[in-house]
Design a protein around this ligand. Structure first.
Ligand SMILES: Cc1ncc(COP(=O)(O)O)c(C=O)c1O
Length: 405
């Protein structure tokens, strides 16, 4: 890398709106579960772009789909439909409960569409009084004003003036609290089937089933936010498949594109009928380039051997992390499902998830955090055994230094 090709990290502090605190390096290229920075330093990637790079970096099926579509047609807007979007929508209905698909560009936008559909349905069928949205503490649904308000972390939605109204937050996994709060004015419940940003929290199966029953009782819609859990992340194509519960609306993004921005809202024929021409829209939603890549990603990830491989890889991670914990005694629990993994710090290390992330970075391993107490891993679903072992060896070195300091 020659000096003139190198962009200095300090430029970030000079020209970017300071919403982020990125690591002190600039990645230059990636392959599989490895990334190299501008200085040619190699990192094993257990972060996967926050549950996005489900096939690793620059997987041939994505590169081929992108190249082929890039030579054909990039963009039309929704004044015309396009073949890649139609094929992708058809595939998404085949791998889920849904009959209908609306394309957006991100998780927040998919959730925004889901919430708007729920309110629209309520207004059409029951009248405007049925408008309450119930969501859960520590939930995360995106950063548009509606979705951040529905998300259960006030720190993200406070300080912007008046919020969209009629949103109630309840503790996750507390069916009694939900039963007491719900009424016929409840329009919809929005939840993650496994909370990601909130700390990798898996609800009791009875809670999820109870939520469905309460929705049926009060004629409310159940929206599953599968932006982080979807597209094979937990070992089934969608996490809801493991709950015995089917939502009315599902949002998906992140791994849907494997790295190209795309999101989608999935729903039933009956609910979709409440959206008419012009009710909602997006310039880029379902654009041919993003749809072509997502189609290739979904075709690959939905293969039974890829989904079975997620469970196998979960075993490699759990075994390796438990062994590290036996050595360093830092975690109270290794939790999550499939390749959505959280290592919760014990009392002694409480609040130091970022220290673990930074120490790992020094050793050439990319991790994530979920809050301040959980070290999160959302690697490629096809990460190799050698990459996992190398990453865990680097984590071993990082924890050795951290615990010795
Ligand atoms: C469960 C969940 N929903 C929604 C979002 C927002 O997605 P995006 O950042 O693509 O808008 C996220 C992002 O972390 C998420 O984890």
């Amino acid at each position: 890398m020659t000096a003139e090709h190198k962009v200095e990290r300090k430029l970030f502090d000079e020209v970017m709106v300071p919403c982020y605190a990125p690591m002190n390096m600039i990645p230059d290229r990636g392959k599989g579960a490895r990334i190299w920075d501008q200085d040619d330093r190699e990192y094993i990637d257990f972060a996967g772009g926050i549950a996005v790079s489900c096939l690793g970096h620059c997987h041939p099926v994505m590169v081929d789909a992108l190249k082929a579509q890039a030579e054909k047609l990039w963009h039309l807007s929704n004044v015309m439909t396009n073949a890649p979007a139609l094929r992708l929508a058809k595939k998404l209905t085949e791998v889920s409960f849904a009959d209908r698909v609306f394309f957006a560009n991100s998780g927040a936008e998919a959730n925004e569409a889901a919430l708007k559909l729920a309110r629209r349905w309520a207004v059409d069928v029951h009248g405007p009084e049925k408008s309450e949205i119930i969501a859960f503490t520590q939930g995360f649904h995106g950063r548009t004003f509606f979705t951040v308000t529905v998300g259960g972390q006030a720190a993200y939605s406070d300080g912007f003036g008046p919020k969209p109204g009629n949103v109630t937050h309840l503790p996750y996994n507390d069916l009694d609290a939900l039963a007491a709060a719900m009424s016929d004015k409840t329009c919809a419940i929005m939840m993650e089937p496994l909370q990601g940003e909130g700390g990798i929290v898996t609800p009791d199966p009875a809670f999820v089933q109870g939520v469905r029953e309460l929705c049926d009782k009060h004629n409310a819609l159940l929206i599953f936010d599968e932006v982080q859990t979807g597209n094979g992340r937990t070992g089934t194509f969608y996490a809801y498949e493991q709950t015995g519960v089917t939502p009315d609306i599902l949002s998906t993004a992140k791994s849907l594109g494997g790295g190209i921005p795309i999101g989608a809202m999935l729903t039933t024929e009956k609910l979709a009928a409440h959206m008419k021409v012009g009710t909602h829209g997006s310039t880029y939603g379902g654009n041919p380039l993003a749809s072509a890549v997502a189609e290739a990603v979904v075709n690959e990830v939905s293969k039974p051997e890829v989904l079975a491989g997620v469970k196998e890889r979960e075993g490699w991670f759990r075994e390796g992390l438990e062994a590290l914990n036996a050595k360093y005694n830092m975690f109270s629990e290794i939790r999550g499902k499939g390749l959505l993994i959280g290592a919760a710090l014990n009392e002694e290390w409480k609040g130091r998830a970022r220290d673990v992330l930074l120490a790992a970075g020094e050793e050439g391993l990319l991790l994530l955090v979920a809050g301040t107490n959980v070290v999160r891993m959302t690697p490629s679903l096809v990460i190799t055994k050698e990459e996992v072992e190398e990453g865990l060896a680097r984590l071993d070195r990082a924890l050795a230094k951290l615990t010795a300091a």
